[in-house]
Design a protein around this ligand. Structure first.
Ligand SMILES: *Cc1c(COP(=O)(O)O)cnc(C)c1O
Length: 493
């Protein structure tokens, strides 16, 4: 027997694996959403040493059921409302399997022309589906590229912006460079600032409008003027369309006008919310992007049915990005690159090697079509609207407004005491139940629960059941803590 899996063995085990995944899709609803293992449980169940002799594949599937699945949190569970959805759809999973099967490296056009050209086509398709401007298209001065994550996209935007401000790539940073975020911006910007050598102390945090939690453009303007007067070089402003905490939307147009005036790069982080623009009526989210954004990123791996990892990043002009990153060692020289007629995506990302991620996005776009994608977004919005109405009608809960897209944030009301601690206990009890999974954030100093709709398997009945569980647990907790809740008494006897 050859030590390699033969094509026939691959067929046999491959069918078992595909069946396993299909069974998982059918049965995931019966599993507890959040893993209930304690730290170290999974590790302790695994052998301390690797096998000396090959074991075949059957044992992997057996241990998957016995050890791995209990140690998983099921992101594809219909009761998963935590963080943001991380949708894995059938066509995306199959597209990824094909990518694994082909095992190509797409670092250069020459290392697999179709890997590059399909990616160019799907990112241009997605730009069209989202109504993004023509200059983001690869047949124009800009272009799109698939990155592993929105965090990488922000780092790359910073590197391109640094390139545009001078020759940091060659000489390193000289003088003080500054970056602008709001109190609500994703933490990846601060991390990227550290990685890029800008330094965490040079990340300037602009305050937000307390009503919308969107960045206050006037404060940004003032801060930029002060920093420039003090000799700093502003590198980039990050505006967010759909913050991680509450899905707040920064005023991109006003921010963009200020960036233009000061000559600063505008990056728009629309990781969660950007894909909602497949629905034409939601394109107002991107107001100002066409005129002012130098770069823009959104994650099909959150709400658009494509399994992780798949962030699409576009730049209005690709020259600063490739200028910052292109490097030409002898061993990668080839006629196609020298001709200048091809795109080499290694110059658009941090690493050299790259997966054939375009296959899964291509599979998704072809399977669902624009119509199917719009239906999926609409379904999440409808579920959010229903939940929002229930919360508004319930005197024991308070809705966080503005409620945006598929994210609903709310606060259970308590009759005094440490309300934040009570809310956290309520959330932990619900998450321990295994029926649903919620996360929290803090708004104006207070703990708020987040419920993100839009899961691939989440139907109206699951949202209803989750809401009933939340109400019942709140009522039970109120009784348990012998507090008196205002308003409703039907569940408290
Ligand atoms: C989720 C999220 C990110 C991080 O996304 P990754 O792709 O996991 O890096 C960044 N920004 C915002 C606004 C997000 O919601």
């Amino acid at each position: 027997m050859s030590q390699h899996m033969t094509p026939d063995e691959f067929r046999e085990y491959g069918r078992q694996v595909v069946d396993w995944v299909a069974d998982y899709m059918e049965g995931v609803e019966k599993l507890p959403v959040r893993s209930q293992v304690a730290p170290g449980d999974v590790r302790a169940a695994l052998p301390a040493h690797p096998p000396e002799r090959g074991e075949g594949f059957g044992g992997v599937l057996a241990d998957l059921d016995r050890i791995i699945v209990p140690g998983l949190t099921h992101w594809q569970h219909p009761g998963f409302f935590a963080y943001y959805p991380s949708n894995a759809s059938g066509p995306a999973i199959l597209g990824d399997l094909l990518s694994s099967g082909l095992g190509v490296q797409g670092m250069l056009w020459a290392t697999s022309p179709a890997c590059t050209e399909l990616e160019t086509v799907v990112v241009d398709w997605l730009a069209e589906l989202l109504g993004l401007p023509d200059h983001f298209r690869t047949d124009n001065v800009g272009g799109g590229v698939i990155q592993d994550s929105a965090s990488s996209a922000s780092l790359l935007a910073i590197l391109a912006a640094l390139r545009r401000t001078g020759d940091a790539a060659e000489q390193g940073l000289t003088g003080r460079h500054t970056l602008y975020v709001s109190t609500e911006t994703h933490s990846s910007l601060a991390k990227s600032a550290r990685i890029a050598g800008i330094g965490a102390d040079n990340v300037r945090v602009v305050g937000v409008d307390p009503a919308t939690l969107g960045m206050d453009p006037e404060r940004l303007d003032r801060m930029l003027a002060e920093d420039i007067a003090a000799g700093a070089t502003p590198v980039l402003v990050c505006a967010t369309v759909g913050t991680t905490s509450t899905a707040a939307v920064d005023p991109v147009r006003a921010i963009g006008e200020i960036c233009r005036r000061h000559g600063v790069w505008l990056h728009v982080d629309a990781a969660y919310a950007g894909v909602a623009a497949v629905c034409p009526e939601l394109r107002g989210l991107n107001d100002g992007v066409a005129e002012y954004a130098d770069s823009y990123a959104t994650n099909p791996h959150k709400w658009l049915l494509t399994n992780f990892d798949c962030t699409v990043m576009w730049v209005a002009d690709r020259a600063p990005l490739t200028g910052a990153l292109a490097i030409h060692p002898e061993y990668l020289r080839n006629a196609a690159t020298s001709s200048g007629a091809v795109v080499d995506y290694r110059d658009w990302q941090v690493s050299l090697g790259r997966r054939f991620r375009a296959l899964k996005l291509w599979a998704v776009l072809r399977w669902y079509g624009a119509e199917g994608l719009r239906d999926h977004i609409h379904k999440g919005l409808e579920q959010a609207a229903r939940l929002t109405a229930w919360i508004t009608d319930d005197p024991d809960f308070e809705l966080h407004e503005p409620q945006t897209l598929g994210l609903v944030c709310f606060r259970p009301l308590w009759a005094g005491g440490d309300e934040d601690a009570a809310t956290m206990r309520l959330m932990e009890a619900l998450n321990d139940s295994g029926a649903l999974y919620l996360t929290h954030t803090r708004v104006a100093g207070r703990v708020v629960l987040r419920m993100a709709l839009g899961g691939v398997r989440t139907e109206a009945e699951h949202v209803r059941a989750a809401w009933e569980a939340i109400r019942a647990e709140h009522a039970r907790t109120v009784v348990g803590e012998t507090a008196v809740v205002t308003g409703r008494s039907d569940l408290i006897t």
